[in-house]
Ligand binder design. Structure first.
Ligand code: ADP
Length: 587
């Protein structure tokens, strides 16, 4: 048997595991792994910051249904990429993080970028392994499998410099079959089906777990056959088309408040779903939660008796069999109330989307972008992936843009992680647009344009990644929704802003910039121009429509800097502030 370098063995392992793309940022000695991987035909997408690279790998895992891989240097590189570990863990995305570390014999001597990453990451990963030269195959295979099997999550392999630079032999094939898919106990299926049949106000909630499970066909069948109203979570949008007649997203509050039996497919009862609790939910609701993770069941509403452990695809198909021939009577009071609420909310949104003003409102801005893009790439074709982040930008754009196919909308997710946007956009571009793409969605699963809707604050976290996009020729279209602040800006003109800046420097508490203030009309479009892309500064609907059209058709990254009303956004209200149970406890 001939020997190879550790770097070559690691690259070979990744190739045999089926890894097509690695996201990362290299230095000595992990650069050798990246170069070996590139020589084997694996794409290495080199970022400007490990944080964005790690976020990209988490999104790639979600979109492809297989672990995303991130490679970074030790010490500070791991600290930066730790952000992706937290993001993967919170969102249940499969991520394999690989990092270099100092030579084994130098540990504790103050070696170059020395850090005990295993101790740091063990509590936050499903498994953290330090590989030796002989255990490279087992370490990588085990970590890859562990990230993928069961509930997705992060795993870590620490690769000391002497392992990367040492010599070893290939001792086994590195293959991990698709994760097995568990079915439910048939008795439980009968009980839940019975409950749905007897419900006066049944509801299905479709979460991003259903998107990750790629369960769209069977869930579509369930809804089409039973006609139970459904509600997507923010990233569950598109598993079923937003335009589906049973989608009652526009009557979300009425649905949660009125439903008496709720079937949850791939979502947790966390802050996004108001913990399944009063006052947002009906106090007598019966919740049937389907999840791959048994520990999740009954976690927040306290009752796990109707929980089903199993794979969404398999369990939904079991439920479908059990419900065969039954259909919910949609002339119910519940559906009437949903339709009334939907009508009111849709009319209100349509009205505010057409209100013209300069600077523009969020609603007008999103309406112009949506109309212009739809005219070029009709939404039903599924040719666009939307990435959205920033408090108000994410919140308000969620309902402004319909999504008709699964996994075409990414946002800050369970962790509400701001700064994920540009990494996610690069991941989406790679997942859908590289030759033989690993992700698919929509009628033809063809090339997709990635469109980012970024709050000016969120954009700031990773704006250097525009250069990454430009370097790899990624034609990503980015809108920076610029109101000069976190949540909202302070001022409608530059003189007032300069006055506030002066007050801040002089230490005046009144009339100074707030902790959430950002710069006055920062020229974000220039970052694209700076590295070979295109940039537009727009203030009016006409300018925005023109920039959107040109930007959408461009073959380079484009940043459209949209100046909107500084003071329009309201302070965010958090779900838990309305939680009556908590209020009772506190009083
Ligand atoms: P959302 O953000 O849409 O509310 P969450 O991330 O909170 O969704 O929940 C997704 C859930 O889906 C997780 O609890 C995860 O364990 C579960 N899940 C992921 N894949 C599967 C699968 N194949 N079968 C069943 N449940 C799954």
């Amino acid at each position: 048997m001939s020997s190879s370098s550790g770097a070559a063995l690691i690259a070979q392992a990744l190739q045999e595991l089926g890894v097509k793309v690695i996201f990362g940022l290299v230095g000595i000695p992990v650069v050798q792994i990246a170069e070996e991987a590139i020589a084997l035909g694996i794409r290495f997408i080199a970022f400007r910051n490990e944080q964005a690279a790690s976020y990209a790998a988490t999104a790639y895992g979600y979109l492809t249904g297989k672990p995303g891989v991130c490679l970074v240097v030790g010490g500070p590189g791991v600290l930066h990429a730790w952000a992706g570990i937290g993001n993967a863990s919170a969102n249940a995305f499969p991520l394999l993080l690989l990092a270099g570390s100092s030579e084994t014999h130098l540990v504790t001597k103050g070696a170059f970028q020395e850090m005990d990453a295993i101790t740091l990451l063990s509590p936050h990963t499903k498994i953290s392994i330090r590989s030796t030269i002989d255990s490279i195959p087992e370490s990588l295979t085990n970590a890859y499998k562990t990230a993928w099997y069961g509930r997705g999550g992060p795993t870590f392999v620490d690769l000391p410099a002497d392992v990367i630079q040492g010599d070893g032999e290939k001792t086994m094939a590195y293959a991990v079959p698709e994760p097995p898919k568990a079915a439910s106990d048939p008795e439980k299926i009968r009980v839940v089906a019975q409950l749905l049949k007897s419900a006066k106000a049944p509801l299905v909630i479709v979460g991003k777990g259903a998107a990750y499970a790629q369960a769209e066909s069977v869930i579509r069948k369930l809804i089409d056959e039973t006609r139970i109203p459904f509600l997507p979570t923010p990233m569950g949008k598109g598993v079923l088309p937003d335009s589906h007649a049973s989608n009652i997203a526009s009557a979300r509050s009425t649905a949660l408040k009125g439903a008496d039996v709720v079937l949850i497919l791939g979502a947790r009862l966390n802050w996004i779903l108001h913990f399944g609790d009063e006052p947002k939910w009906n106090s007598a609701v019966e919740i049937c939660q389907v999840d791959i993770s048994a520990e999740e069941l009954g976690k927040n509403n306290g009752d796990a008796s109707l929980g089903i452990v199993g794979d969404i695809k398999v369990v939904t198909s079991q439920l479908l069999n059990e419900l065969e021939g039954w259909q919910y009577d949609t002339s119910s009071d519940f559906v009437r109330a949903l339709k009334a609420s939907e009508k009111k909310n849709v009319a209100k949104a349509a009205k505010s989307a057409k209100v013209d003003s300069t600077p523009m409102t969020y609603e007008r801005t999103f309406d112009v972008i949506r109309e212009t893009i739809d005219a070029i790439s009709p939404v039903e074709d599924g040719g666009v992936v939307y990435v959205s982040e920033g408090a108000n930008t994410m919140d308000k754009s969620r309902s402004a843009f319909n999504v008709e196919h699964p996994r075409l909308r990414l946002d800050a997710g369970t962790y509400a992680t701001m700064g994920v946007g540009l990494g996610y956009a690069i991941a989406a571009h790679c997942a859908y647009n590289l030759p033989s793409p690993e992700a698919a969605s929509g009628p033809e699963s063809s090339r997709k344009k990635v469109v980012c809707l970024e709050g000016d604050s969120a954009f700031g976290f990773s704006l250097a990644e525009v250069e990454t996009m430009a370097r790899y020729g990624m034609d990503i279209l980015i809108f920076v929704i610029n109101n000069g602040g976190v949540y909202h800006g302070d001022s409608e003109d530059s003189d007032a802003w300069l006055e506030m800046q002066r007050n801040t420097i002089e230490g005046k508490s009144k009339g100074a910039l707030r902790s959430s203030s950002l710069g006055w009309e920062v020229g974000y479009e220039n970052i694209a121009k700076m590295c070979g892309g295109k940039g537009y500064l727009v203030r009016t609907p006409e300018e925005l429509a023109k920039a959107t059209e040109e930007g959408f058709k461009a073959n380079v990254p484009v940043v459209v800097n949209v100046i909107i009303q500084a003071g329009q956004a309201q302070k965010l209200e958090f779900a838990w502030q309305n939680n009556s149970k908590k209020a009772k406890k506190d009083s």
